[in-house]
Design a protein around this ligand. Structure first.
Ligand SMILES: Cc1cc2nc3c(=O)[nH]c(=O)nc-3n(C[C@H](O)[C@H](O)[C@H](O)COP(=O)(O)OP(=O)(O)OC[C@H]3O[C@@H](n4cnc5c(N)ncnc54)[C@H](O)[C@@H]3O)c2cc1C
Length: 398
């Protein structure tokens, strides 16, 4: 029997999983990787722990022009199937209460090395430091070609838009791409005073002055703007809106357990019972000092103000600022710092059962190169595994 030969461009999450399934079915697989190392994004993922998937992944966890497509692909490769796959390569998983899954080793490098070693043992040929520039040439040497090149996010790890260029060669439509799970730059300079401080707060995202979403968690002030999990969680919507020239603001509540009424009463009570205490000290009992200093600049108040100078109206103003601090978002921190990218190859031109291009026979796409971006929580890898598996299923049939 004539052995079929396939080329996979990209030795990241989706490409490696696809390679392993194909090689297990006696298909000759050559995988091309531009970097000196494979799976660089897996290695840094989840702060070095790799949030490898999420047991509850469904279309609601993704942004795309075509959510139903995503649901079909995720159904092909449900968590139980992924768990069996992981076990088959020697990887034991640890499911957390919130549905996030990590390798039991707690080390992303165990995920990368088990995938790479398994592929090598199965006879997959790795062509490292081998950047593909001409996809048409590959079709002269291979029966099928899989584009698993990822997105432009994190360019220092190899993120690029080569996959979009390959798609364009065959006249695929591309949904404009934008950084996601990314920090935000602000129009104010106050964040510089607060740089390095972290609070557990609530972020409300406003697009064209209308509330678009709300989330809670870490907010970290930096020299360029804001970071932290709560910011990353709203960054997809913010980034897409910025790309579409909409007005984007965030409103921060830095003490979400308080109402304006309760906080202003608290401030008044402390001032009344300590007549010599300064406003700075009262506020420092509530929030980090750098934030107090920025707050006083914002409200043009003297930090040495004493209780006699502060009335209920002013204490309400202070409380309102702490609980509804609005900043205009200037930009994202860019693709370089983003974990993932939205947009990509338009799913309406991809076969939803096979991941094969509807524009070019024997051409497949999987992973982040497609118009699919997930929330934080293991959903992006869940998509990479499921889409890589779906490609392999069709290639194996052939
Ligand atoms: C810092 C960081 C942390 C993350 N943490 C998580 C997490 O915990 N959980 C989660 O679900 N997701 C996480 N992600 C996202 C996740 O890493 C990606 O969604 C996933 O790796 C995408 O898989 P992929 O196969 O599509 O692309 P990639 O894994 O990016 O692989 C694409 C590969 O193709 C190669 N390539 C590109 N162009 C060419 C070319 N022309 N020729 C040859 N090779 C090429 C690239 O070098 C790369 O190795 C994180 C991302 C980053 C940057």
């Amino acid at each position: 029997m004539n052995t079929k030969k396939i080329a996979i461009i990209g030795a990241g999450a989706s490409g490696l999983l696809c390679a392993i399934y194909c090689a297990r079915h006696k298909i000759k697989v050559d995988i091309y990787e531009q970097n000196t190392k494979c799976a660089k994004k897996i290695l840094v993922s989840g702060n070095g722990r790799c949030n490898i998937t999420n047991i509850e992944a469904s279309k609601v966890n993704y942004f795309s022009q075509n959510p139903d497509f995503i649901e079909n692909i995720l159904d092909n490769f449900p968590y139980k199937k992924f768990e069996q796959f992981a076990l088959s390569i020697g990887l034991i998983l640890d499911v957390k209460l919130d549905g996030k899954v990590y390798p039991l080793s707690n080390e992303a490098k165990s995920v990368a090395s088990l995938l790479i070693n398994t592929a090598k043992i199965l006879g997959v040929n790795f062509y490292i430091e081998n950047k593909i520039t001409d996809i048409k040439k590959l079709f002269q040497a291979y029966d099928k070609v899989v584009v698993a090149t990822g997105s432009s996010a994190a360019s220092h790890l190899g993120g690029n838009d080569d996959g979009l260029e390959f798609a364009r060669v065959f006249r695929h439509n591309i949904i404009p791409s934008y950084p996601s799970l990314v920090q935000l730059k602000l129009h104010s300079s106050l964040h510089q005073i607060m740089s390095g401080t972290k609070v557990d707060g609530v972020v409300t995202l406003l697009i064209n002055n209308k509330i678009s979403s709300k989330t809670s968690g870490d907010i970290l002030f930096t020299s360029y703007g804001v970071s932290g999990f709560a910011i990353l969680d709203i960054s997809q919507e913010a980034s897409e809106a910025l790309m579409n020239y909409q007005v984007v603001d965030i409103s921060l509540s830095l003490l979400p357990k308080y109402s304006v009424q309760k906080l202003s009463s608290h401030i008044m009570k402390i001032l009344e019972s300590n007549s010599n205490i300064s406003l700075l000290n009262v506020l420092h009992g509530l929030i980090p000092l750098k934030i107090v200093k920025a707050l006083l600049v914002k409200l043009e108040l003297n930090q040495e103000m004493k209780s006699a100078e502060i009335n209920i109206k002013l204490s309400k103003k202070i409380a309102n600022q702490i609980l509804n601090w609005k900043f205009e978002v200037k930009d994202t921190h860019g693709f370089r710092h983003a974990e993932v990218a939205g947009g990509g190859v338009d799913l309406s031109e991809i076969n939803p059962k096979t991941m094969e291009s509807l524009k070019k026979k024997n051409l497949y796409f999987c992973g982040e190169v497609l118009d699919v971006v997930g929330q934080r929580g293991g959903y992006n890898f869940a998509w990479a595994w499921a889409s890589g598996y779906t490609c392999s299923k069709d290639i194996i049939k052939y």
